[in-house]
Structure formats: C-alpha cells, structure tokens
Design a protein around this ligand. Structure first.
Ligand SMILES: Cc1ncc(COP(=O)(O)O)c(C=O)c1O
Length: 365
C-alpha cells in the first residue's frame, strides 16, 4: 500500500517533546510560564524586532494588531483579495471595512500599482500578505504608506524566513503578524505572534490580549480586551521549532528546486515565481494550470487523490464569497485562483514522494 502524501505535515521531534514534558511537569500549562517569555524574546530577536507578543493563533495576532492601532468602525483597510479569509475577517472584527486590491500577475501578492486608486480619507492601514511564502513588493507598499500616512501590518502567516531585498519579511510594518498553525513553516499547533519595535504598542497589545487588564492594578480594566493568550505548552513547542526554522526554510527551498527542475518543461504549467528581489520560502509549492495544459486543475486534483496524494486549490478571491461579495472584478486574482494548485510541500517529503507526485503530473499531460 502506498504512503498517503499529505499537503503539509509538521516535523515534531524530541526537542519539542522534551520542552512539553518540562512544561507539563512544571504545572505551568496555561498562559503563564517561562516558555512564553522565552519564545517571545527569541522569536522577535530572530526578526530583529524589540518586542514579541504571542497569541493563541495567527488570526488573533492580526486582530490584536489592528485593535492596538485603534482601527475601528468607519475606517478602511487595504487587503489583497487573494488571501486566506482571516486577513479580511480581522478587519471586520474591528468594525472597519476591508477594501480589496487585485494581485500582481508576476508574483501573485497584492499589486502595489493598484493600491492608490483604493485609498480614501478613511483608509488607515494596509495589510500586505506574503502569499504562499513569496514576499510582497515592500518598497512600493512602504512608499504608498508613507505618502498617505497609513500603517502597514504585514501578514506573515505563510512566510516565516522569507526575504525582501535581503531583509526578512516581518520587519517592514509597524506591527507584523505570524501564524503557527500545524501546516505553517514552524508550528505550535495553534499559535500566533505580533512583533514590533514600538514599546507603547507592545504594552497595549499585552494589555488587550489579557482582557484589557491594567498592568498597574490587578483586575482593573479600563477597556474591553480579549483572551488571546498563548499557552506555555504552545510556547514550549515554539521554542524548539524556532531552532529549526532556518533548516525548514532550506528544506522548503530544496523541495521547490526539485519540483522546478522536474516540471520546467511541461507546457501549460506556470511554476511559482521568485522575483529577483525575493527569497521565497515556498510555504506551499504552487503552480498555475493554464489552458495550454491538457487537463484542468480540478481534474489534476482528482488524479492526485487517486494516487493517494493530497493537494489544494488556491484560495477563492475574498470578494467572490458571500460575506464580502462585490460586483467589481479583480481579473488577475480571479485567474490565478482558478488555475492555482498547491502541491505537497511538507518538510517531511522524501525524494521518493516527490518522484511519485511529479510522475502523476506528467501522466496528466
Ligand atoms: C495569510 C493568512 N493569514 C492569516 C492566517 C490565520 O492564521 P491562523 O490559522 O493561525 O489563525 C492564515 C492561516 O491560516 C493565513 O494563511
């Protein structure tokens, strides 16, 4: 019987287990404990940031960031339409309106040349999403943010370790947010983190994360906050995973090189971009199945399923789904979404697994 190849699979080893055992034995299994501070400190340092504020997941990290920046009803926030829905939902949670922007045809992230036309007096922030591990064009986005006095909150959920012009993503916005969901580049099961250099915002996020409790006066609440705290058990895993981040990125890039090499001559397949200014971490190795390929994307997914290989279609553009339905067209995002296919990308993939996946794709021609 053939091994079922998952789209993503965490690599959890003895280091994670040792830390979790230590946390369990210590009795600190909720959101207090040494691993939390250790993880926040090491993670923020890895990205050259002064402060790390851990959260229960990536969605709560993004929401916390927007709340700390006082994004609220009446405001607008620029978001790419082609992303996971959490990037837009968090804007809605604050009462503000997500305003969608089309994708760049060459690298699939938000197209900076289409941002300015969406800016109004109400615009408060831009959320660039480094989609599937490829960075956004941060110089172009930063220029617009500066011109219109907007906050940048990077959504780095899919791009731990990716670089823009040699600088890690997560170091361009005023607050930058990560996810540690089980399929992410490093994981804590569920988990998230905001990083920032701004001491006041860090303090505010810590306060809001803990029900808005005053740091001076226990059980005194000046504002309505949230319980968005990470547990010591999550952080125990995170500390061990962080040690492996560079290795995981290298593995992801090796997987991408093998796929690229094996698929480069296949007519009708567009391979994942890596712009000259980018270092992608290929969170998901992603291809476009164009009309010139002999079979459409959904048929390929079925063929892969029949061979015990998991894959995923790209996200639906958010403006096409019921909560955010718009009549405006975003042609690039719509095309990419229709043709896009995520192939298995786990750091646990073997060379045999890769050969099997590529063989099925070749058999579809
Ligand atoms: C781009 C993007 N933003 C936000 C999230 C939300 O993260 P989480 O699932 O940890 O809440 C995810 C992932 O799941 C994501 O892919």
């Amino acid at each position: 019987m053939k091994r079922k190849i998952p789209i993503a699979e965490p690599e959890i080893g003895n280091e994670e287990l040792t830390n979790v055992i230590e946390a369990v034995k210590s009795g600190w299994i909720s959101s207090k404990g040494d691993f939390i501070l250790d993880f926040e400190e090491k993670f923020s340092k890895y990205f050259g940031a002064n402060f790390g504020i851990s959260t229960f997941n990536g969605t709560t990290a993004l929401h916390l960031a927007l709340e700390a920046l006082d994004v609220k009803t009446g405001d607008e926030v620029i978001v790419p339409t082609l992303t996971f829905i959490a990037s837009a939902n968090v804007v809605k949670y604050t009462g503000a309106k997500p305003v969608f922007v089309d994708s760049h045809p060459d690298y699939w992230c938000i197209d900076p040349t289409k941002i300015e036309e969406k800016i109004t007096k109400k615009t408060k922030a831009i959320i660039p999403v480094h989609l599937y591990g490829h960075p956004c064009d941060m110089d172009a986005i930063s220029k617009i943010a500066k011109k219109f006095d907007l906050y940048i909150v990077e959504d780095c959920a899919e791009a731990h370790g990716a670089e823009y012009k040699g600088k890690k993503v997560g170091s361009f916005g005023i607050i930058n947010c990560f996810s540690f969901y089980g399929n992410k580049i490093i994981t804590t099961g569920e988990g998230g983190m905001c990083i920032t250099n701004d001491a006041e915002l860090a303090e505010k996020m810590r306060m809001l994360r803990d029900h808005g409790m005053s740091s001076q006066k226990k059980y005194w609440h000046d504002v309505i906050g949230f319980n968005y705290r990470m547990t010591n058990l999550q952080a125990a895993i995170g500390v061990a995973q962080l040690e492996k981040l560079d290795k995981f990125v290298e593995k992801k890039r090796r997987i991408a090189r093998i796929y690229n090499q094996s698929l480069k001559d296949v007519e009708g397949l567009e391979l994942p971009p890596e712009m000259a200014w980018a270092k992608s971490v290929y969170w998901m190795y992603s291809i476009l199945v164009t009309n010139n390929f002999g079979m459409n994307r959904d048929h390929i997914i079925n063929k892969l399923v029949n061979s015990e290989i998991d894959s995923r279609p790209f996200f639906y553009p958010i403006h096409t789904m019921p909560p955010y339905k718009e009549n405006t067209r975003y042609p690039i995002a719509e095309k990419i979404s229709k043709e896009g296919l995520n192939l298995p990308s786990s750091v646990k993939l073997t060379d045999d697994d890769l050969e099997r996946i590529v063989a099925v794709l070749h058999s579809c021609i």
